[in-house]
Design a protein around this ligand. Structure first.
Ligand code: SF4
Ligand code: SF4
Ligand code: FES
Length: 489
C-alpha cells in the first residue's frame, strides 16, 4: 500500500459559481489505477465526487478523464503521486462527468441498402481498425478544428469511413463527410495520439475520405491548384526568389572540421523556395558540427500536400523520383528540416534509407556548445514533428543550449492539412489561439522547426519567429564575436 496525493477538478452546477480543485491524500495499492483512486476518494473521503465508469477494463470508454492535461481512460492509467485529474475538455455536467450526448448523436448509423451484397474478407480487414471505437470521446476533446468550426469531429469521420467501406450501407458517406467538415481537419494527429484504441483517424479515415471525395470531384479548388502546380513544376509553391538549391549551387557541402557523418538533405518546397535563409543557416550549423551534406538536385515535393488532401494520382511518380535521387548516390541517411516532409518520408514512404529530422541528427552526433544569448524563447511543437515523428525532447535539448526556454501547450497552429489554403478563416482562428499562448509565456522570440508553422505563426504574433538552426547560428556568431574572430559571417 502507498499514500497518493491528487488534485481533482470539482464543479457542482447547483452549488458552485465556478470550478475549483480539491486536493486529496489517500491510501491505495501499488499499481492502483486512476479509477481506483477515484473510488477510494468517493468511498472514504468525499461521497459527493461524481465520475463515470462501467467495465473497469478499458472496454466501455465511460471513464475517460484528463490526467495532467492528457486524455486517458481512468481505469487503464496507473495513478502517480501529485497528478491533476480533470474532466475531458467538453461541456461539464458535474465534477468529472461531461456531456457526451451532443457528440454521440452526430455519429452516423448504418442505413440498410436493398442490395444483398455482403462485406468481403478484404472489406472486413479494412473496416476492422475503424470499428474498435469505444465512444470515449478522448479524440473529440483534443480536436482543434472542432473548437473553431462546425466540424463534427474525428470519431464522426471515422464512422463515415467505416460505413463508406460497408456494402450493406446505402448512405452517401462522402458527401455527408464533406458537409460535416471533412476539409477542416488540420492533420494535427492529436485525435490518433489521444485514442486509447489507437485508431489512426487522420490516415485511415480522413485522408481516405478525402481521396474518395477527390474521385467525386469534391476536392477544394485551392487544393486542386496546389496539385496542378506540383504536377507541372514538381514543387508545391511558385518560385518568387532564388531558391536554396540555386543559392547553394553545389551538390556536397563539406564540414569545416573532421567528418562525423555524411547525410543526404531532403530540402522540401518551403525551405527551398520560401524560407531559404533558414536552410542556409542549417547548413552553417551542420558544417560547424562535422556533418557532410549531399543535396541531390533532382529531388521534388515529397507529396505531403497531395496525401493530406486526398489527391494521389501522381504521388508514386514523386516518391520514385525522390527515393531514386538519394538511392543512386548510395546515401543511407536522409535528413529533413521540414516536419511535414519528415513525417511523410517516415510514415508514407517505404524508403531504402533511414530518415532523420535535423534535431535528431544534431543531438545524435552532438554539437559544439554555442554562446548563450540573453533571450527568453518559447518553442512551438510542429504537429508533424511531435505527433508525426514522436520528436519532443531533441529540439528542446538544442534550444536550451543557447537560450532560456519557457514551454507552452503543444497546440496546433492551424497551418496543416491544407487548412491554410483551403479554409483560411479557420487557419487564422487557430493561429490567433497560438499567438495568445505565445503572449502568455512572455517570451522574446518563438522557435520552431517547420516552415509551414514558422510562416503561419509569424502572421499571428508580434515576436520574431525563428528556426532552431538560425538561433544556434546566432549563438555561434556571438561565440566567435566574443573570441574576436570572424569564422562565421
Ligand atoms: S487530425 Fe487533428 S484536426 Fe484532424 S480530426 Fe484529428 S484532432 Fe481533429
Ligand atoms: S476514436 Fe478512439 S478516442 Fe475517439 S471516441 Fe473512439 S475510441 Fe475514443
Ligand atoms: S471503465 Fe470502461 S473503459 Fe474505463
Amino acid at each position: 500500500m502507498k499514500d497518493i496525493t491528487v488534485r481533482v477538478y470539482r464543479f457542482d452546477p447547483e452549488k458552485d459559481r465556478e470550478a475549483h480543485f480539491e486536493t486529496y491524500t489517500i491510501e491505495v495499492n501499488e499499481g492502483a489505477r486512476v479509477l481506483h483512486v477515484l473510488h477510494a476518494i468517493h468511498d472514504e473521503l468525499d461521497p459527493t465526487l461524481s465520475y463515470r465508469y462501467s467495465c473497469g477494463s478499458g472496454q466501455c470508454g465511460s471513464c475517460a478523464v484528463r490526467v495532467n492535461g492528457e486524455p486517458v481512460l481512468a481505469c487503464m492509467e496507473e495513478a502517480q503521486n501529485n497528478i491533476t485529474i480533470e474532466p475531458l475538455n467538453l461541456s461539464v455536467k458535474k465534477d468529472l462527468v461531461v456531456d457526451l450526448l451532443p457528440t454521440l448523436e452526430t455519429i452516423a448509423s448504418l442505413k440498410p441498402s436493398d442490395s444483398q451484397k455482403m462485406p468481403t474478407k478484404s472489406d472486413i480487414d479494412t473496416i476492422k481498425p475503424l470499428r474498435d471505437c469505444i465512444e470515449c470521446l478522448c479524440c473529440v476533446s483534443v480536436c482543434p478544428a472542432m473548437d473553431v468550426t462546425k466540424f463534427l469531429g474525428p470519431t464522426a469521420m471515422r464512422q463515415e469511413m467505416r460505413l463508406a467501406l460497408d456494402p450493406r450501407d446505402s448512405g452517401d458517406r462522402i458527401v455527408d463527410a464533406v458537409r460535416e467538415g471533412l476539409f477542416t481537419c488540420t492533420s494535427c494527429q492529436a485525435c490518433w495520439k489521444a485514442c486509447p484504441k489507437e485508431i489512426e483517424i487522420p490516415s485511415k479515415a480522413i485522408e481516405k475520405l478525402r481521396t474518395l471525395a477527390n474521385k467525386k470531384g469534391l476536392t477544394l479548388p485551392k487544393h486542386q491548384e496546389v496539385a496542378a502546380l506540383v504536377k507541372e513544376t514538381g514543387r508545391s509553391v511558385n518560385r518568387i526568389e532564388p531558391t536554396f538549391m540555386e543559392l547553394v549551387n553545389a551538390e556536397v557541402i563539406e564540414p569545416t572540421g573532421p567528418v562525423k557523418a555524411t547525410i543526404g538533405f531532403f530540402v522540401g518546397c518551403m525551405y527551398n523556395m520560401r524560407l531559404p535563409k533558414a536552410a542556409l543557416d542549417a547548413m552553417e550549423v551542420l558544417k560547424r558540427n562535422g556533418i557532410r551534406v549531399i543535396i541531390p538536385k533532382e529531388q521534388v515535393c515529397c507529396g505531403s500536400p497531395l496525401i493530406r488532401t486526398g489527391q494521389l494520382s501522381f504521388l508514386d511518380t514523386l516518391k520514385k523520383r525522390n527515393i531514386d535521387a538519394f538511392r543512386f548516390r548510395g546515401i543511407d541517411t536522409v535528413m529533413t528540416m521540414c516536419a511535414g516532409c519528415g513525417s511523410t518520408l517516415k510514415n508514407d514512404y517505404k524508403t531504402p534509407f533511414n530518415v532523420m529530422d535535423i534535431s535528431e541528427v544534431l543531438t545524435t552526433y552532438g554539437i559544439e556548445p554555442p554562446a548563450r544569448l540573453p533571450i527568453k524563447a518559447t518553442y512551438h511543437d510542429p504537429c508533424h514533428l511531435l505527433r508525426g515523428q514522436g520528436i519532443r525532447e531533441q529540439p528542446r535539448q538544442l534550444i536550451r543550449q543557447v537560450v532560456d526556454l519557457v514551454d507552452m501547450p503543444s497546440i496546433c497552429c492551424g497551418s496543416g492539412g491544407g487548412v491554410r489554403s483551403g479554409n483560411p478563416e479557420e487557419a487564422a482562428a487557430l493561429g490567433k489561439r497560438r499567438g495568445d499562448e505565445i503572449k502568455k509565456t512572455g517570451a522574446d522570440i518563438v522557435i520552431s522547426s517547420c516552415p509551414f508553422c514558422e510562416f503561419h505563426i509569424a502572421g499571428h504574433t508580434d515576436k520574431p519567429v525563428k528556426n532552431i538552426t538560425t538561433v544556434l547560428l546566432e549563438g555561434y556568431k556571438e561565440k566567435d564575436r566574443k573570441k574576436g574572430n570572424s569564422k562565421v559571417t
